[in-house]
Design a protein around this ligand. Structure first.
Ligand code: XMP
Ligand code: MG
Length: 184
């Protein structure tokens, strides 16, 4: 029901539910193929936006995985503050582990650059990055290399499938753009 109500405030849907799910299954296969058979993978979900993506993606990864969660903050409203703060750190040590950071969206890449740098100091066996969405127009390639990328999208503020505007719209099963006036 809430998805229906929120739909009225959307200017457009840019990725439909079935397209999203098909690509995520394909990403799971790409990730499985990228590691040696028998590797155990620590999935690190960047809260809160990547929750849905990680839950679905993990089901298409055909190898043993464990979950951990980290929350960082770099944004307030739709503007970047350019700084990253740890709100919740990982529960478990990652030393010697193969880590896959699971992120909802890469805008400039600054958030992820900071997270990768920080996790690298903990001496994991490897760190790779999977993002559902990437805004290449905004991307500063000095910041980050992405190993697995779901969709490239235009430079618009998007919501749904974990992504929020002021904590709302995360439950939409698709990716949409809000109507002008809903957020500015
Ligand atoms: P940077 O610029 O550091 O930003 O790559 C990444 C973080 O910014 C948030 N972000 C968005 N959140 N819709 C959202 O709901 C968007 O269109 C959007 N663009 C950036 C997001 O939290 C991401 O982790
Ligand atoms: Mg947000």
């Amino acid at each position: 029901m809430s998805a229906k109500i929120a739909e009225d405030k959307l200017a457009e849907i840019i990725i439909e539910q079935d397209e999203l799910q098909n690509r995520i299954e394909e990403m799971g296969r790409e990730i499985t193929d990228a590691y040696e058979p028998g590797t155990e993978l620590r999935l690190v979900c960047i809260l809160r936006g990547a929750v849905m993506f990680m839950a679905d993606l993990s089901q298409s990864i055909n190898m043993p995985v464990t979950f951990d969660f980290m929350e960082v903050s770099s944004y307030s409203g739709t503007e970047s503050t350019g700084t990253v703060r740890i709100i919740k750190d990982l529960e478990d040590a990652i030393s010697g582990e193969h880590v896959l950071i699971v992120e909802d969206i890469i805008d400039t890449g600054l958030t992820l650059r900071n997270v990768v740098d920080m996790l690298e100091t903990r001496k994991p066996a490897s760190i790779k990055v999977a993002t559902l969405l990437d805004k290449p127009e905004r991307r500063d390639y000095k910041h980050i290399d992405v190993d697995f990328n779901g969709f490239e999208i235009p430079d618009k503020f998007v919501v749904g499938y974990g992504l929020d505007y002021e904590e709302k719209y995360r439950n939409l099963p698709f990716i949409g753009v809000l109507e002008e006036g809903e957020y500015n």
